[in-house]
Design a protein around this ligand. Structure first.
Ligand SMILES: CSC[C@H]1O[C@H](OP(=O)(O)O)[C@H](O)[C@@H]1O
Ligand SMILES: Nc1ncnc2[nH]cnc12
Length: 285
């Protein structure tokens, strides 16, 4: 059930006690277009335009959660057109400080076949035409990004997946391509030869934008296919990705819910302090 949409301006103050606030954000990917029951839909504007969809806010496992499908609920935004900045800004404006990001990925090794859950620990940016910073005027801000993901969020995801009987792969490198096309076999083989593990289209700039807002960000990658250079055959197709994702969504949703319920209430990771001592040219929501 959903209550009527509330409208908030970009910088609306939020409080932990309102139905328009949340502490944890979930950004759903391909095939993951809804998550919560009993939601309030929040129409929220940001300096970067509206997010991919109104944000669905509700309660889950005793936690206030905000959900946004990154491609929109009708998958109208291709990966290079997703309003990444608006999505992250809107989540932070609602009070979110920890973000969980499920996505469908291709595997660059036959060791991790379709249905494997991977919590990568590194990222390679092969995108080419996406705004990837909030700090592009007035003063330079350089955030540390050597370890792109929240260590506590990663640990929580790994523990939950193990407990769910879905043994996860701990670590690996996600290469993010510009898309929307899939990789050629030569590109795919080259990625694998570099020792990279997974390939996707949305992990960048989502992770770095979260870092620039001092948010915790945890990727949860579901392998939907072996990428074109890894497997002989026709190569990856969108329908294959969506089919395999749909086959797994029934166990992915409860896993995401379990991770949400186990994320810490106090952040003891380095993420909250990444902007300390920096002179920010913009006010964060
Ligand atoms: C649906 S085929 C390719 C599409 O799937 C992945 O989406 P997401 O990361 O949002 O789960 C991939 O990155 C592409 O956007
Ligand atoms: N093989 C692949 N390449 C890029 N993005 C993907 N998302 C799911 N599978 C993918």
């Amino acid at each position: 059930m959903s209550t009527p949409s509330s409208a908030l301006p970009a910088s609306a103050p939020t409080s932990a006690s309102t139905s328009a606030s949340a502490e944890i954000g979930v950004i759903g990917g391909s095939g993951f277009y809804s998550f919560l029951d009993d939601i309030t839909e929040i129409e929220i504007d940001t300096p970067y335009g509206p997010p991919s969809d109104p944000i669905a806010v509700g309660e889950l496992g005793g936690r206030r959660v905000a959900f946004v499908p990154r491609h929109g609920r009708d998958h109208r935004f291709p990966p290079h057109r997703i309003p990444y900045r608006a999505n992250l800004w809107a989540l932070r404006a609602l009070g979110v400080r920890q973000v969980l990001a499920p996505s469908a990925v291709g595997s660059l090794t036959p060791d991790y076949g379709p249905g494997t859950i991977v919590v990568p620990d590194q990222l390679v940016d092969r995108t080419s035409a996406r705004p990837q910073t909030f700090y592009d005027e007035a003063a330079a801000v350089h955030v540390s990004f050597s370890d792109p993901y929240c260590p506590v969020g990663r640990h929580t995801a790994l523990v939950s997946a193990k407990a769910a009987g879905w043994p996860p792969v701990d670590g690996g490198t996600l290469v993010v391509i510009e898309g929307p096309r899939f990789s050629t076999r030569a590109e795919s083989r080259w990625f694998a030869d570099q020792g990279w593990t997974l390939v996707g289209m949305t992990g960048h700039p989502e992770a770095v934008l979260a870092r620039e807002l001092a948010l915790c960000y945890t990727p949860l990658c579901l392998v939907t296919d072996l990428d074109a250079g890894i497997e002989e055959g026709e190569g990856v197709t969108m329908s294959e990705v969506l089919r395999v994702f749909t086959e797994n969504i029934g166990r992915l949703r409860p896993l995401v819910a379990d991770i949400v319920s186990h994320l810490p209430t106090d952040r003891a990771c380095p993420c909250p302090t990444v902007l300390d001592g920096m002179k920010l040219p913009i006010d964060l929501p």
